[in-house]
Design a protein around this ligand. Structure first.
Ligand code: NAD
Length: 291
C-alpha cells in the first residue's frame, strides 16, 4: 500500500509496550510530566501523552505549574524528580512561558531520564551513536516507520527539509548513522538553501519538516520517491466545525501520485511521537532497573 498508516504503527507499538509492561512484577515504569501555564495546545498534548501512558500501564505523574513560575522554581521541581528513584522519565512540555530558559531546563533533567531527548548529552549521544541515548521522539518515529514498513535508507539519498533540533537536524543525524536502520546519504535543506527544488528532486526519500502548508510541490519530487511529511499546519476551513483543518508541508494531492510511499497528515508521523515517547520511557525504566 502506498499510504503509510502511522496511526496503526503507533497502535502496534502501544500494544507491544502494554504486553511488555504487564510482564513487570513490582513498580511499573513512571513518567513525570511538567506543564507550565494553561496553553491550550500544551494542555491537550500532555493529556494525550498521559492517556497513552495509562493505557500501557506506565504510571503518569502530572505537575501543573503556574504561568508565573521562576526558573529557580522550575529547576527545583526537576531536581526533585531527578532524585526520585520511582520516576524513570521526565518531560517538560514545550513551549515554556517567555521568562523561562527552556534549554537550560531540558539540560537540568538527568540525561538518563530525558525521554524527550532534548538534553545536550542526548544530542551528543545521537552524534556518537550511543544505543543508550534518547533520540528526539519525532525523528526516532520516522526511523521506526521506515523499519516497520520495510523502507530501507541504506545508500539512499535522503533529503531533509528543515534543520530544527526537534526534527530535521536530529533526523539527518539518525539517517546517516551506521547500521541497518540508516546508512543513508543525507542532504539537509533549510531557509538559506540555494536551488532547493532541484536538491529535493534528487532525493530518493524526502522528509519535510518546515511548518509551511503545501511547501513541497509535485515538481520538486522524483517519481518513485518516499515522502515523509512531518508538518502540522492549521489552514482555514469554514466547512469544519472548528473552522480549520490540519495539513502537512507537502501538497499531498499533487505529490501522492508520484510517490512510491507517502505519509498523510493527519495520521502519518504525528501519532508516532507519543508512541516513541512511551518507548523511550520503557527504555529509561529498563536502563535504570539494570544499573
Ligand atoms: P521549526 O520552525 O523549528 O523549523 C523549521 C525549519 O524549516 C527550519 O530549520 C527552517 O530553516 C526551515 N525552513 C523554514 N522556511 C523555509 C523555507 N522557505 N525553505 C526551506 N526551509 C525552510 O519547526 P519544527 O519544530 O522543526 O517543525 C516543523 C514542522 O513539523 C511544523 O509544522 C511542526 O508543527 C511539525 N512537527 C510535527 C511533529 C509531530 O508530528 N509530532 C513534531 C514536531 C514538529
Amino acid at each position: 500500500m502506498k499510504l503509510i498508516d502511522g496511526k496503526q504503527i503507533a497502535k502496534d507499538i502501544v500494544t507491544e509496550l502494554t504486553e511488555e509492561v504487564a510482564k513487570i512484577e513490582g513498580p511499573k515504569p513512571c513518567i513525570a510530566f511538567i506543564r507550565v501555564g494553561e496553553d491550550p495546545a500544551s494542555v491537550s498534548y500532555v493529556r494525550s501523552k498521559n492517556r497513552t501512558a495509562e493505557k500501557i500501564g506506565i504510571k503518569p505523574l502530572l505537575f501543573e505549574l503556574p504561568e508565573s513560575i521562576t526558573q529557580a522554581e522550575l529547576i527545583k521541581k526537576v531536581d526533585e524528580l531527578n532524585a526520585d528513584p520511582e520516576v524513570h522519565g521526565i518531560l517538560i512540555q514545550s513551549p515554556l512561558p517567555s521568562q523561562l530558559d527552556e534549554q537550560e531546563a531540558f539540560n537540568r533533567i538527568h540525561p538518563n531520564k530525558d525521554v524527550d531527548g532534548f538534553h545536550v548529552q542526548n544530542a551528543g549521544r545521537v552524534v556518537q551513536e550511543d544505543p543508550n541515548g534518547f533520540a528526539s521522539c519525532t525523528p526516532a518515529g520516522i526511523i521506526e516507520i521506515c523499519q516497520r514498513e520495510g523502507i530501507s535508507l541504506e545508500g539512499k539519498h535522503v533529503v531533509v527539509i528543515g534543520r530544527s533540533l526537534i526534527v530535521g537536524k536530529t533526523f539527518a543525524l539518525l539517517a546517516m548513522q551506521k547500521g541497518p536502520h540508516a546508512n543513508a546519504t543525507v542532504t539537509v535543506c533549510h531557509s538559506r538553501t540555494r536551488n532547493l527544488p532541484e536538491v529535493v528532486k534528487s532525493g530518493d526519500v524526502v522528509v519535510a519538516a518546515i511548518g509551511r502548508p503545501n511547501f513541497v510541490t509535485a515538481d520538486m519530487v522524483k517519481e518513485g520517491a518516499v515522502v515523509i511529511d512531518v508538518g502540522i499546519n492549521r489552514v482555514e476551513d469554514p466547512s469544519k466545525k472548528n473552522g480549520y483543518r490540519l495539513v502537512g508541508d507537502v501538497d499531498f494531492a499533487a505529490v501522492e501520485p508520484l510517490a512510491s510511499r507517502i505519509t498523510p497528515v493527519p495520521g502519518g508521523v504525528g501519532p508516532m511521537t507519543v508512541a516513541m515517547l512511551m518507548k523511550n520511557t520503557f527504555k529509561a525504566y529498563k536502563l535504570q532497573s539494570s544499573s
